[in-house]
Ligand binder design. Structure first.
Ligand code: G6P
Ligand code: MG
Length: 223
């Protein structure tokens, strides 16, 4: 792990870190899984976090032993159906949906001169930031359409650092998903996980929830 003094920038995941959209993703995927007759489980729910839309659909189909049952076009239609349901949910979001403590954390980072970028696999990321009125906090956003590999591959976190003009060692990546923590670690950044200890066992630093994620607590944990 780097020393706190080396850190110059933060690369953030969005869903489940900045806001609880993971609830909406889960609801929309679960609806589709029910329709397809795929049994839902906590493991499947965790496994879907952080991975792209098509990778998520493939995981659901594989879980139900249905990976060969649909053509490419049918899969695209299923993913689009999920996304329509998801987009209907995020349209109702307001700044009240920012997770507790996140706004203060972002203000603190900005005031102290840390650089900030977004490394979300979601193509809806920019819409969510707009709904939350956080666009100004994220001048640099990795476009997931430009990626060749999803999390746990490090590509997205390497791009997040590159957009800031920083070496990975100078960055902290923040995540709620196991796949995301793996991606941050593989990128050579310091990983901060928010959430369950078992799920995020590979994180360099971990907090139970967003209220504990402050610069002071991160500095303490990295000492
Ligand atoms: C994030 C979420 C995933 C979601 C993915 C793609 O990584 O954690 O649950 O499936 O983004 O989101 P999208 O909005 O592009 O379907
Ligand atoms: Mg997430």
């Amino acid at each position: 792990m780097a020393s706190f003094k080396q850190i110059k920038g933060f690369v953030f995941d969005l869903d489940g870190v900045i806001t609880d959209t993971s609830l909406y993703h889960t609801k929309a995927w679960r609806q589709l899984a029910d329709k397809l007759g795929v049994a839902w489980s906590k493991d499947l729910e965790e496994g879907l976090k952080g991975i792209s839309r098509m990778d998520s659909l493939e995981l659901i189909l594989k879980t139900g032993g249905k990976e060969n049952d649909y053509s490419h076009d049918e899969k695209v239609a299923l993913a689009t159906e999920k996304n329509t349901n998801y987009v209907n949910e995020i349209k109702k979001m307001t700044p009240d949906n920012i997770l507790p403590g996140i706004k203060d954390f972002l203000d603190d980072l900005r005031n102290k001169g840390y650089l900030i970028s977004l490394a979300s696999a979601s193509k809806n990321g920019p819409t969510v930031l707009k709904q939350l009125e956080l666009v100004d906090y994220f001048p640099k956003v990795v476009d997931p359409a430009t990626l060749s590999k999803g999390k746990p591959d490090p590509e997205i976190y390497l791009k997040g650092a590159e957009l800031l003009g920083l070496a990975p060692e100078a960055c902290i990546g923040v995540e709620d998903a196991a796949s995301g923590i793996q991606a941050i670690n593989a990128a050579g950044e310091t990983s901060v996980g928010v959430g369950d200890a078992k799920t995020l066992s590979a994180a360099d630093v971990r907090f139970d929830d967003t209220t504990q994620m402050t610069l002071a607590n991160i500095e303490k944990a990295m000492a």
